[in-house]
Design a protein around this ligand. Structure first.
Ligand code: ADP
Ligand code: MG
Length: 711
């Protein structure tokens, strides 16, 4: 490839799609196919079929009712058909002049007036028909389908595709030997016209089986490789059974023998739930080992992950090390800071230790002081946003890194936090430590079976119960036209001294999408609720403004908080009892669930109103309806995750959630379980017996994306 600046726009677009290598192009498979190999006579067609016809234009005119459109009538000798275009260029109109012979491809609709096609693909009827199905590739706006097709075929021709499956594997899982990688790819890029589109679509064809098996094997190999690499690394063993406090600057007299985490437990205003106790023990066991922990703590919104994190931090601090906690937003970091300070500072202060705070919006002087605290080790606990992983931040001895809402962070950021161990480079006490322990927390759980089989390299702890005394949130789906009733309901809650969230999807009115404007809603609500402080929170505000709005709400002074989705994660105001989500149909299921989790945190009965607007057609899309229905029917985060999986499919699920890049493109974890099991059994054998082949296989399939799998 030439240097980037010399690349054309489509070449750049190729790189952006991750299609830099020949093999990447060869593995970029079509989304679907169009059958342009056959001409269908209108007489033989059925309503609803997508067909290609060859016909002569007999009339062409622009009509104005019910709206401006180009109406072209064609005749194929067996019948006539009307082609309608609601948007068109003059050049298209010219190409469809009376007398021209064309091929038109589209969905046939019947009706009183005979056959019709709306926006068919048309071309002049010259040249032979193609002899293979036409592939349609996933692409981006700046990369035309025709350019991509040529690039893919070129890549396929050049790519090195020798067999990398270990001996015996193909037979073991019943792959058909004649379908090797090259033939499978060639076939899927250009299937012969006699191929059943159904076999291609449900991915049951032997060529698909081959690719899915190869992909799953690559994924399992890569996971196992990183697991083995990690097992060779060293981390400090943080033992909870303590005789002497190590390195506490001033050990408090009299408390010498009571571990910090036990003192924290004793000071909490509540008892841990059994689930919290169980996961805390799992974490403590990992921390006591001298290999780095790599654990995902999943638990529904409000299940109490923060205190579990605090207990882990206490163990690390007690053993004389530092702990860092990184949260995706300043507000969330702020909340953690408040909670953890409240819990830990009274215990740390007598030891001469502090909690440091790092965010992007900090004043230079304050930041300098904090960096100093972190570098000297005086700050035993460091809390903040992305600022925690910036270059200037040097830890004296970081042993535990905790990432909250981990799916909101990119892989690079997670890797950077891990790289912070020993960043002080003062050679003190930690020269042989390469990695901190890593605890990732998430409220968007991966269904358990999926997590276990897919993430060979990740240990998973699950909090599967909520603290006692929570009243379930009642969820209602309400049409936007009934806003007034919702406002009435808000008045009712405010009269009882409760507080209300109102969430809008976007900050600015966009012409294309008729989304409510948070600012306009804020004004409307302020006008409708005289005497009530209605606040506004959106992503364009400065951190200081956000903080100010948030603290008014937390203090109870503000009755209603209108917000864009910035409050999505972690906000904890137990007095809030009503959550209104506007344009709920535009949110993802797990996002809705997270938002709903902001209420129902106290003992008061709480409700969530999902306002939807069905637009012109008066009907919601099918998936939007499925999401809203799921919200009404269940409040269980795992059930929500399962439904989300059902609605969206696992590829997208894992991709978007866990890495920002889809990791599995071909295999489907819900249905390809046998292939996954086989790949899981094979991976360790292959790494041991055929390490070079394994390396080649992983590089071919994952190339530069391996880091995604390891983080
Ligand atoms: P999340 O898992 O969503 O991060 P939090 O850690 O914010 O949940 O906890 C939600 C609320 O529940 C907090 O106010 C927290 O102090 C409280 N909490 C946590 N554990 C318990 C418990 N065992 N009993 C009662 N309240 C608890
Ligand atoms: Mg949380």
């Amino acid at each position: 490839m030439p240097p980037t600046q010399a690349l054309s726009a489509p070449q750049k677009a190729l790189l952006k799609l991750g299609l830099g290598r020949d093999i990447d192009l060869a593995l970029h498979l079509p989304l679907r196919y169009e059958d342009e190999t056959r001409i269908v006579k209108l007489r033989d067609a059925r309503e609803g079929d997508t067909v290609q016809i060859e016909a002569t234009v007999t009339a062409s005119e622009i009509a104005y009712r019910p709206r401006r459109q180009l109406v072209v009538t064609v005749d194929d000798g067996s019948d006539t058909c009307v082609l309608r275009f609601f948007s068109f260029y003059p050049s298209q109109q010219k190409a469809l002049a009376v007398g021209t012979r064309i091929r038109a491809r589209g969905e046939l609709k019947g009706g009183f007036l005979g056959w019709q096609m709306v926006h068919p693909t048309c071309r002049a009827a010259d040249g032979d028909l193609p002899d293979a199905l036409t592939p349609v590739y996933p692409t981006s706006a700046s990369l035309p389908q025709s350019y991509l097709r040529k690039a893919v075929l070129g890549g396929l021709k050049r790519a090195e595709l020798s067999d990398t499956l270990p001996p015996g594997f193909a037979q073991e899982i019943g792959l058909e030997p004649e379908w090797d990688l090259r033939r499978s790819l060639a076939f899927l890029h250009q299937p012969t016209p006699d191929t059943s589109l159904a076999a291609l679509e449900d991915r049951s064809h032997p060529a698909w089986q081959r690719l899915k098996a190869e992909e799953l094997l690559a994924q399992q190999l890569s996971q196992l490789q990183s697991k083995r690499e990690r097992a060779r690394l060293r981390a400090p063993a943080l033992d909870t059974v303590r005789t002497e406090p190590v390195q506490a600057l001033r050990p408090a007299q009299g408390e010498r023998n009571l571990p910090l985490h036990e003192r924290l437990l004793a000071a909490l205003p509540f008892q841990l739930t059994p689930a919290q106790r169980r996961v805390s023990e799992e974490i403590a066991r990992d921390l006591a080992r001298n290999v780095p922990m790599h654990r995902l703590l999943q638990g529904d919104v409000g299940s109490g992950k923060t205190v579990v994190a605090a207990l882990g931090a206490a163990i690390a601090i007690d053993a004389g090390w530092q702990c860092a906690l990184m949260a995706p937003t300043e507000i969330l970091a702020q909340q953690h800071f408040g909670k953890l300070i409240g819990w830990l500072e009274p215990l740390l202060a007598p030891r001469g230790q502090r909690v440091a705070w790092l965010t992007g919006s900090q004043k230079k002087k304050e930041r300098g002081e904090m960096l100093q605290l972190v570098a000297s080790g005086e700050a035993a606990l460091v809390i903040g946003t992305h600022a925690v992983i910036q270059d200037q931040v040097r830890f004296r001895n970081l042993a535990l890194a905790i990432i909250d809402e981990q799916h909101r962070f990119g892989v690079a950021q997670r890797l950077a936090l891990r790289g912070k161990a020993n960043s002080g480079q003062d050679g003190l006490a930690c020269t042989d430590v390469e990695e901190p322990h890593l605890l990732m927390m998430t409220a968007t759980p991966i269904p358990r079976t999926l997590a276990m089989s897919y993430y060979a390299d990740l240990d998973v702890s699950t909090i599967d119960e909520l603290p006692p005394g929570r009243t379930p949130v009642v969820t209602k789906v309400v049409a936007d036209s009934r806003r007034d009733e919702v406002i009435e309901r808000i008045r009712g809650q405010l009269a009882q001294g409760r507080q209300v969230y109102w969430v809008c999807p976007l900050i600015e009115e966009s012409e294309a999408l008729d989304l409510s404007n948070a600012t306009a809603t804020h004004e409307a609500l302020s006008a409708a609720l005289p005497g009530v402080l209605v606040g506004l929170l959106h992503s364009r505000m400065t951190p200081a403004e956000k903080k100010a709005a948030m603290s008014l709400f937390t203090a109870g002074t503000m009755g209603v908080l209108v917000s864009t989705t910035v409050i999505e994660v972690g906000v904890d105001v137990p007095n809030a009892s009503l959550m209104v989500i506007e344009h709920a149909e535009r949110f993802g299921l797990s996002q809705l669930h997270q938002l709903r989790g902001r209420v129902g945190r106290g003992a008061a009965a709480s409700a969530c109103v999902l306002l939807y607007s069905s637009g012109d057609g008066g009907r919601l899309g099918e998936t939007a309806r499925a999401r809203l229905k799921a919200m009404v029917e269940t409040a269980d985060g795992f059930e929500i995750a399962r439904r989300d999986l059902e609605i969206r499919g696992p590829g997208e699920f894992l991709g978007a959630r866990q890495s920002g890049a889809a990791l599995l493109r071909f295999a489907d974890l819900a249905t390809d379980t046998e292939l996954l099991d086989a790949a899981r059994r094979q991976a360790p054998l292959m790494l041991d017996r055929h390490p070079a082949l394994a390396e080649k296989h992983v590089t071919r399939w994952l190339g530069g994306r391996q880091d995604f799998l390891k983080a």
